[in-house]
Write a protein that binds this ligand. Structure first.
Ligand SMILES: [Mg+2]
Length: 276
């Protein structure tokens, strides 16, 4: 099988397609090539602060064609996943304003920190105004029996020039430590977000690729979902025990080249890649 025989491509955004406001090398050309070949594309992000519409707008602004239907964000799934598991309920939302709005739009009642005792679910996303009072409210609610859900457990959100923002995972872990309870994870590597991605791609897992820079979330989750996994990793990136991508590339430029060369990916399943 060649890369071009796959019919759907799910691409991670942060650290794969872009870093902050910068499109990463090869992203625009690879996506144009996938479109030209009639491949289905979805952008799959653990982002807890943005909904598909604003992510699609940013892609368009950076010169990449994308519609909101082609974007799946963990924030977008949060409200539905809480409803499916716990019904429409009272949620203490530790996250950006977009998260509270998305939960309310799903029909949940968002309770403020001061009324944490009313919360049946505590939801954690990335929150630039996270502070001690929020940590205290969230961890007390969870310790007293509220369900604990996080958009993702990513430790960092990569920015330009090697800088980073702390990820939602850094906040969720603080709540987990204080409450003594592990959270339920909505985003990658857990199944809900991959299930939605495959539905959007309209293909079977083995006909789809997951392309991303995180072994822990993209590669582990993609493999568990049955997809072909492509790890985008600079040459000196360290592998993690037990997480093996089917293919390793240094950049999307290299992935684009492999797509155009029509290289057999079965023979390239061994790790690490022979290129570079
Ligand atoms: Mg990433």
């Amino acid at each position: 099988m060649r890369l071009a025989d796959l019919s759907g491509f799910a691409l991670d955004l942060d650290g794969c397609v872009w870093a902050g406001d910068l499109l990463l090398p090869g992203a625009r050309a690879l996506l144009a090539a996938l479109r030209r070949r009639g491949k289905r594309v979805v952008f799959l992000t653990n982002n807890s602060r943005e909904l598909p519409r604003s992510v699609a707008r940013k892609l368009n602004r950076l010169g990449v064609a994308a519609s909101p239907r082609e974007v799946v964000t963990a924030l977008d799934l949060l409200g539905d996943e809480i409803a499916r598991r716990f019904g429409l309920t009272a949620v203490l939302a530790v996250g950006a304003g977009e998260m509270a709005r998305a939960l309310a739009a799903c029909g949940h009642r968002v309770v403020p920190s001061a009324r944490w005792r009313e919360a049946r679910v505590v939801a954690v996303g990335n929150d630039p105004t996270f502070d001690y009072a929020k940590l205290k409210a969230a961890s007390q609610a969870v310790a007293r029996g509220a369900a604990f859900v996080t958009v993702n457990l990513d430790p960092r959100l990569p920015l330009e020039k090697g800088e980073f923002d702390p990820g939602a995972g850094a906040l969720a872990e603080a709540v987990a430590v204080a409450s003594g309870v592990r959270p339920l994870v909505i985003g990658k590597p857990e199944p809900p977000i991959f299930k939605t991605a495959l539905q959007r791609l309209g293909c079977r897992p083995r006909e789809a690729a997951m392309v991303g820079d995180s072994l822990r979330s993209d590669i582990r989750g993609g493999r568990a979902a049955g997809m072909f996994t492509v790890w985008v990793a600079p040459p000196r990136s360290k592998t993690q025990a037990g997480i093996r991508p089917h293919l390793r590339v240094a950049s999307l430029t290299e992935l684009h080249a492999l797509l155009e060369e029509g290289v057999s990916i079965r023979r390239r399943r061994q790790f690490p890649s022979t290129r570079g």
